[in-house]
Design a protein around this ligand. Structure first.
Ligand SMILES: Cc1cc2nc3c(=O)[nH]c(=O)nc-3n(C[C@H](O)[C@H](O)[C@H](O)COP(=O)(O)O)c2cc1C
Length: 139
């Protein structure tokens, strides 16, 4: 079984999470409601960058994540710059023995007057396809 967990303050990453979940054939769950997460073969983790960092809620979720709950993690997200949160997520999970895939899905997200309308329909279609391919390949 795979799972999709995300943190989204303004809704951009939430849209992506639903597209990723559709591709993975599961339901997306917000990290603050994910206490009873059972073992996922692939855990898709989504988040954004705020003042150069992932959110405190996502940081706490990752700190509490146990090796028994996730065999592999794949990161997705949005940010104004388009920068990925993959390396920050890996720096928390990999020391605990939870592997984080080098490839994830990241796109620009709207912020103030930047990137209006992102993620857009094309971003969401690509995210769904990415999740489908990732689940099929099984990592
Ligand atoms: C308070 C705040 C700080 C932000 N800081 C950054 C930043 O340092 N770098 C960046 O690329 N985007 C930054 N952004 C833009 C967000 O990463 C972007 O809007 C993202 O899509 C928000 O995702 P969400 O709607 O899921 O919360 C910031 C947004 C907010 C609201």
């Amino acid at each position: 079984m795979n799972a999709v967990i995300y943190v989204s303050k303004r809704g951009n990453t939430k849209k992506l999470a639903h597209a990723i979940a559709k591709g993975a054939g599961v339901k997306a769950q917000s990290a603050d409601h994910a206490a009873n997460l059972t073992r996922a073969e692939i855990l898709f983790v989504g988040g954004s960058i705020y003042a150069g960092r992932i959110s405190g809620v996502l940081h706490k979720f990752l700190q509490n994540l146990d090796q028994k709950q996730a065999a592999n993690v794949v990161v997705f997200g949005t940010s104004a710059s388009g920068k990925s949160i993959r390396d920050e997520v890996a720096s928390i999970l990999e020391p605990k023995g939870i592997p984080v895939a080098a490839e994830g899905f990241h796109c620009k997200g709207s912020f103030l007057c930047l990137n209006l309308g992102r993620p857009n329909a094309d971003d969401l279609a690509r995210a769904e396809d990415f999740a489908k391919r990732t689940c099929k390949s099984g990592l």
